[in-house]
Design a protein around this ligand. Structure first.
Ligand code: PEP
Ligand code: MN
Length: 371
């Protein structure tokens, strides 16, 4: 645990020392170059950590950082009972398909999540699945494709279209049946986890529910693979804690998904959400979970989806989620996220770009960063 504190706050320093002593923790002071120093609280810090609010209230305390033990189930480095740090291997989240192929997220090859923002009509949903299958066959990546579409839509404005619900799930079921490709779909209500989980191959928790703790725990109990989007205003560790809620219930089949944040700059209109690409790298280093990226929701405009997608590939992401249209003419019919949907033709070009990058450039990237 690290605490940043203004230099010269001797009384605060003493109060923190006393608190640490009470729980048998040791303190080390790391002198900063500016006006702040960092106190490192060492040992079994659970008792100390529970007094975080008190410590934050002391004069001169600027920040309080938790060690990875707050999310021990998913942390890459854990401290065992004997106090020795262990670096764990990253996990692979497996999603089997009716076609007998298992999609391995985090298995070293890019996983392509693709589909409409939401299933709206059966022909639309089946057409996208068919085109995805063709792309899978053309590039030999059927075992790397997962369909995705939201039948239950969290909408900011209550009068906007909110998805077809179970009718949409039936369309996704049909798309899976015809294509053999598994699908992921969003869940919003913790009371419906069993009902929807009986259909879907993978569940998505959206950015607006990223800290809905009942939902996180219900999905954790179900045990099916889950995409956990980062809350659009969440600090990176809040995202890890959200994952820990799922993991605490015994479900480690989690793919973390960066999807951009609301910032001062998104008001300018040049992107919908500000992508935090460094979060991909950090999450890969700090946790054992695969990390995917959603270029569609960071863009909000199909014309800037390709560069965002490729940027995440350069950050060694384990997969991407891209929203698509089966036919450009459908854009005017689409009731949610119409502006950011790529046509499946453009998507096929991007798939080729990812595969080319993976083959030609990624080995060099891995060498450059010492992986
Ligand atoms: C979506 O995936 O369609 C969606 C609503 O995403 P987010 O939760 O990231 O906004
Ligand atoms: Mn969407």
């Amino acid at each position: 645990m690290l605490i940043e504190i203004e230099r010269g706050r001797n009384q605060t320093l003493q109060q923190i020392r006393d608190l640490a002593a009470r729980f048998g923790n040791r303190i080390e002071i790391l002198e900063g170059t500016g006006v702040f120093d960092t106190m490192h609280v060492i040992g079994d810090t659970r008792g100390f950590r529970d007094r975080e609010d008190y410590v934050r209230s002391l004069p001169g305390v600027r920040a309080f950082f938790h060690a990875a033990s707050g999310y021990a189930n998913i942390a890459r480095t854990i401290r065992g009972k004997d106090g020795v740090a262990q670096r764990r291997d990253r996990r692979v989240v497996e999603v089997p398909g009716l076609d007998g192929k298992v999609r391995r997220i985090g298995g070293g090859k890019h996983i392509f999540f693709v589909g409409p923002d939401s299933p709206q009509t059966l022909p639309q949903t089946l057409a996208i699945a068919k085109m995805a299958r063709e792309i899978g066959e053309r590039f030999g990546i059927l075992d790397r494709l997962i369909l995705r579409g939201g039948a239950f839509k969290p909408r900011t404005r209550p009068n906007d279209w909110r998805g077809l619900g179970m009718k949409g799930i039936a369309m996704l079921d049909a798309a899976r049946e015809e294509s053999g490709i598994p699908y992921a779909t969003e869940i919003m209500d913790h009371n419906r986890v069993d009902e929807i989980g009986a259909h879907a191959d993978m569940l998505q928790i959206g950015t607006r529910n990223a800290q809905n703790f009942d939902l996180l725990e219900s999905v954790g109990r179900l045990g099916k693979p889950v995409i956990l989007k980062r809350g659009f205003g969440n600090e990176i560790e809040e995202w890890f804690y959200a994952a820990e809620y799922v993991a605490n219930q015994g479900n480690l089949n989690i793919a973390l998904c960066e999807r951009g944040m609301k910032t001062l700059f998104t008001k300018g209109g040049y992107c919908r959400n500000q992508p935090d690409l460094n979060a991909i790298t950090f999450a890969r280093k700090q946790t054992i979970l695969p990390v995917i990226f959603d270029p569609s929701h960071v863009s909000g405009d199909y014309r800037i989806v390709p560069e965002n997608l490729m940027a995440s590939v350069a950050h060694l992401v384990d997969g991407t989620i891209t929203e698509t249209l089966h036919d450009e003419a459908f854009r005017q019919e689409q009731l949610c996220d119409a502006a950011q949907a790529l046509t499946m033709e453009s998507y096929a070009v991007l798939v080729e770009a990812v595969l080319t990058y993976e083959e030609k450039v990624q080995p060099l990237m891995r060498r450059a960063i010492g992986e």
